[in-house]
Design a protein around this ligand. Sequence first.
Ligand code: 13P
Length: 252
Amino acid sequence: MRKKVFAANWKMNMTASETKSYFRRFLNETEDIPASACDVIICPPAILIPQAITQADDSFVAIGAQNIHWEEEGAYTGEISARMVRDSGAEYCICGHSERRQIFEESSEMVTHKAIQALENKLTPILCVGETLFQRDNEETLEVISEQLLASLAGIDETEDIILAYEPVWAIGTGVSAEPRDAQEAIAYMRKIVREQWGDLADEIRILYGGSIKPSNVEAFMACPDIDGVLVGGASLDARDFAEIIQSGLKA
Ligand code: 13P
């Protein structure tokens, strides 16, 4: 059995005081959830990681970064390294989010190096793949997933601890999620690719869906056999909604 994952990506939102009140509310709303039931990961902007760690304290919430640089250290003004993130107490790092791939022109090669940096610094990468609307309309979904995933897996040792996420670009922040059966198909395909590369470890790797997840649709996704969790953007900014997403998702 793969442990379920509920991950929040706050993107470029929240301040230190908002983080404080968010955690107070979120921990209150989730106090009935046993810590062993699932992994809950909150990824705030990097500057808020120390504040989030203080607030999460010894609760069941782990903290992740949204991005890191692919080098260990050096003259990269404005960038943050995996070592800094790990040193701050975070345990996860999103790598290759489509907003990074598109807006900041990150290539699959950069994403692979980021994932390697994360692993070398004992951060679990949450490695994202997903097709654009144009690619989907051209029926290139599986090809794009395969290209992005294979590029990253090639650089990673199969014994490493990683989480994968399928986030179709057209479903992010649009309010229009994928159909659960289409997400299941894409994620089953990802698991097949992992099996071809890493054999039976494919049964252990956790693969998430992300894109317009909300309390009302999470259960349908979590009921799919290959979907092990969700990566939530907009709806994770409201402590009550994110708590409800976890509660509904655990029912599936
Ligand atoms: P939304 O949940 O806002 O669609 O964002 C999804 C996402 O990008 C999570 O990383």
